[in-house]
Design a binder for this molecule. Structure first.
Ligand code: PLP
Length: 459
């Protein structure tokens, strides 16, 4: 049998197409019909009364989330970005407050605080599990630090014990961004609001979805109440508000619709099965990687459960013989061509460190004075700030979405075989594809590599 990798002329490991996603079924269709029949697509009223907190489907979905995630308060919002903004308001972020965030995350984890005048300060992440590093958090604390944003990236739980200890010591609040981690457990409990407040995203890419949407979770009564006010024109009900702190309660409209809530209820019922499938897929991959030095993955702490939004593979260039980019290209060649994000196989580097972007480099904010950055003249954002993050981005991180629940088991098995095949033939691949790309391969995104190759071919 010819077992040469496809890029060296052998057959692909798999040519049968990969499965696409079917996120919704008859359950969601029936739920949507029911809401339409009710004649009311959103029950919220922005004034005092029982509908201030939403109509029947919203209230039902929130109660089900409380039951499932084990939090006293679950507050739906129309995206997790607005959820993060509400959390920033609820914990009392004020102009000039510094908020320590990881730079390796979806941008909203950091920008949410800007809306209340908070200044994101980036702490480095752990080089293996990619979550914020408590030691780096400590090193960024000043007398202006007010809060920490802990992102459970890819579904891996952050070191919440250490983060809580820092928060207690310095009197800081913690927002958990668990957008990618519904079902992730830390010491046996669902992450999200284990310290103060946080929550999940319901956008189309996440484990369960309502198109757009989010869920704030907390056990803190006052923070929950503040979020409900921010969600729904809080200024209209402040006259009867029982708490003392009335700052940050200028309201907005972050309301989820009844239609989305009804879909959310059905999606939530499917979450356990989705998690079970993702964990089974991940196990196949971990069994494969355990045999291959130079390809590692983060190990879970005791009493933790991963939700496998994405699976990170750490590529050790001291052990492997080819550049990461070449490895990925060889791997992609073994599998069917992806048609869209639902059938992608691997990626490298995840996301550019946030502080590399123009938003931070040039400190672009509100108005010509660039509020709130104008309040923090001494804070600068520059390359080199978070070395572990930069190494993951440039050199060591491979991500794969093959852990997705809609992939059949045999798709993951084929992917594992493809990894083994490419891994075993690195020397031949290296021989065939000279050194010109080698150095660049560690550094550059696919587009650049492709451009280099094209230039070589047209010479
Ligand atoms: C998806 C995501 C968000 C934003 O959620 P939306 O619902 O799309 O607004 C925030 N943080 C992280 C880590 C995410 O993955």
């Amino acid at each position: 049998m010819n077992t040469k990798p496809h890029i060296l002329g052998g057959p692909k490991t798999r040519s049968k197409p990969l499965s696409g996603r079917h996120a919704f079924g008859t359950e969601e269709q029936a739920a949507v019909s029911q809401v339409l029949d009710s004649g009311c697509l959103s029950g919220f009223i922005g004034a005092k009364g029982s509908l201030f907190n939403g109509g029947p489907y919203i209230q039902k979905f929130e109660a089900e989330c409380s039951e499932y995630f084990g939090y006293k308060h679950c507050i739906t919002v129309n995206s997790w970005t607005t959820g993060l903004m509400a959390c920033a308001g609820a914990i009392g972020i004020s102009p000039g407050d510094e908020v320590i965030c990881p730079p390796y995350t979806m941008s909203a984890s950091a920008t949410a605080v800007l809306f209340y005048g908070g200044i994101p300060v980036f702490a480095d992440i752990d080089p293996i599990h990619c979550c914020i590093d408590p030691a780096s958090i400590e090193s960024k604390i000043t007398e202006r630090t007010k809060a920490i944003v802990a992102v459970h990236l890819f579904g891996y739980p952050c070191d919440l014990d250490a983060i809580q200890a820092i928060a207690t010591k310095h009197n800081l609040k913690v927002i958990e961004d668990a957008a990618q981690a519904p079902g992730t457990k830390y010491q046996g409990k669902h992450v999200g609001g284990l310290i103060d407040i946080g929550g999940f995203s319901l956008n189309f890419h996440k484990h369960i979805n309502t198109g757009e949407g989010g869920i704030i979770v907390t056990n803190n009564d006052e923070m929950a109440e503040r979020c409900r006010l921010i969600r729904n024109h809080g200024e209209n009900v402040l006259d009867d508000y029982p708490y003392e702190d009335l700052s940050n309660l200028i309201g907005s409209n972050y309301r989820l619709t009844e239609l989305q809530a009804a879909i959310g209820s059905e999606q939530l019922k499917k979450l356990d099965l989705i998690l079970e499938k993702r964990r089974t897929r991940a196990q196949i991959l971990m069994d494969c990687l355990d045999e291959l030095p130079g390809l590692s993955y983060p190990k879970l702490p005791d009493q933790a459960e991963h939700s496998y939004y994405t699976f990170p593979i750490i590529y050790d260039s001291a052990v492997n013989k080819i550049p990461r980019t070449r490895f990925i290209k060889a791997l992609q060649a073994e599998m069917p061509e992806p048609e869209d994000w639902e059938t992608t196989i691997v990626g490298q580097g995840y996301i550019k460190p946030l502080y590399w972007g123009r938003q931070y480099r040039e400190k672009l904010g509100l108005g010509k004075m660039n509020f709130p950055f104008n309040l923090a003249p001494s804070i600068e954002y520059k390359k080199g700030d978070c070395p572990n993050c930069e190494t993951l981005f440039l050199k060591t991180l491979i991500t794969t979405d093959m852990v997705r629940d809609w992939a059949e088991r045999d798709e993951m098995k084929d992917f594992a075989r493809a990894i083994q095949k490419v891994y075993a033939h690195q020397s031949e691949i290296q021989q065939q594809f000279g050194s010109e790309l080698e150095e660049a391969g560690f550094q550059l995104p696919h587009e650049t590599i492709d451009a280099l190759e094209n230039a070589k071919n047209t010479k």
